[in-house]
Design a protein around this ligand. Structure first.
Ligand code: NIG
Ligand code: FE
Length: 407
């Protein structure tokens, strides 16, 4: 006898199986009409057309003719921050650029000044409503980066805040240590890098405060050579690696990430056709962030070209105050169809199984026997309403490990 049977599902729609890379083949969905899902110990124990169910269940819940998709995975957020970037928003609307604001000591530096002085309790309190908003948009697994602490102590506090948040939310949180921006002078940069490699990364690894290290490789941030040194330290400490790269300029980050076996390379707004091929021939996931293109008015990452080249693409909100104040994983999916040229099935794959792969997770992102019972029940009977609908939340319920979560 199963613990739980969910019935009355108009359609279960899910990517399936593993492709040649870490994610699934882009856009190949299994659609089960009039479906049922059985759950035992938080894991899917049976899934199929309801009329084929032969078992019995302690509890049966009728979902009332609504569509079900896997719980969305948001593989890239900076949900912990203090202060705001409203002045940047206004300045950019009158012609200043994101890079100019950053180079003048504002932008990310401003958010660091606001965030670094907070306690981990205060950081968690500020971030909780943002996590809850992502959850309401269908996200059952959410990556959260540090990167606004800058000092050793404040970076650790940011990751401690993610740990506190995990106790206060039902979604699965995946913490990442982000080595974000660097001091001006060469000597100062080297001293900071030493602190990262000799103190910060070892401490994060020892306390298991993060599962991966991310680094921002860009003209106004770290060079590819700095990143190579930092990411090698991360790998030596047993952590996975990922990169913010090819956002504004090509300075070697994508090539480095692919060569070092990064879980993902993220942003890719200026990724060339040759670079699409390079990612496609690797196991690294290409994570695109359409909220950034929308908010900063940047060219969209070449999602279509990446997929046509054979890359496994994931989609993230990049929720942060400066480049993507986007509080909805469902909206990120819908934007990727409009801005990055993905089909709706590709976008669902990119927001589920491939986003999980970008976090090194293989047990979420697909609705199959043996996978975690993380799912989204939509208001609609047709799953395509999820990427289609803009500005209205059509997520009715989310379930994590077979438990319905409070809205
Ligand atoms: O993913 N580009 C670097 N980091 C973040 C933005 C952070 C910020 O502007 O506060 C990003 O876009
Ligand atoms: Fe980011």
């Amino acid at each position: 006898m199963s613990e739980l049977l969910l019935t009355g599902i108009s359609q279960v729609v899910t990517p399936f199986g593993h492709g040649p890379k870490r994610g699934a083949a882009m856009g190949q969905l299994r659609i089960i009409p009039e479906a049922a899902v059985a759950v035992d110990a938080g894991v899917i124990s049976w899934i199929g057309p309801e009329r084929e169910w032969r078992g019995s269940a302690e509890s049966v819940i009728d979902l009332g003719g609504h569509a079900v998709v896997p719980g969305l995975v948001d593989p890239h957020t900076h949900a912990v921050w203090a202060g705001d970037r409203l002045a940047d928003f206004e300045a950019r609307s009158t012609g200043a650029t994101y890079e100019e604001i950053l180079a003048a000591g504002g932008g990310i530096w401003h958010t660091i000044r606001e965030t670094a002085e907070k306690s981990s309790e205060e950081m968690a309190a500020l971030a909780l409503p943002r996590i809850e908003a992502l959850q309401r948009s269908g996200a059952t697994t959410i990556e959260v980066k540090s990167g606004y602490g800058y000092t050793l102590e404040a970076e650790l506090r940011m990751l401690e805040a993610v740990r506190l948040l995990q106790e206060r939310t039902q979604s699965r949180l995946v913490p990442t240590l982000l080595i974000h921006i660097c001091p001006e002078g060469l000597a100062e940069r080297e001293t900071y890098r030493e602190m990262v490699c000799k103190e910060l990364i070892p401490e994060v690894a020892r306390r298991r405060l993060a599962s991966a290290v991310d680094i921002f490789v860009e003209h106004h941030a770290w060079s590819a050579e700095d990143a190579r040194i930092v990411l090698a330290c991360a790998q030596a400490a047993g952590l996975s690696i990922k990169l913010h790269t090819e956002q504004f300029q090509q300075v070697g980050g994508l090539e480095l990430g692919v060569k070092m076996g990064a879980l993902s390379v993220d942003h890719l707004e200026v990724c060339s056709v040759e670079q699409c091929g390079l990612v496609a021939r690797s196991k690294t996931i290409a994570t695109i962030l359409p909220g950034v293109s929308l908010h900063l008015g940047l060219a969209a990452a070449p999602g279509r070209k990446l997929i046509d080249a054979g890359a496994a693409v994931a989609i993230g909100t990049d929720l942060n105050p400066g480049s993507s104040p986007l509080f909805s994983a469902a909206a990120a999916m819908g934007l990727a169809v409009r801005l990055n040229g993905l089909t709706a099935p590709e976008a669902l794959t990119a927001c589920t199984v491939n986003a999980a792969a970008a976090l090194g997770l293989a047990n979420v992102g697909r609705l199959e026997v043996g996978m975690q019972a993380d799912l989204v029940v939509l208001e609609s009977s047709d799953w395509r309403d999820l990427p289609y609908t803009l500005g209205q939340n059509i997520v009715r319920e989310i379930w994590v490990a077979g438990r319905k979560q409070a809205a």
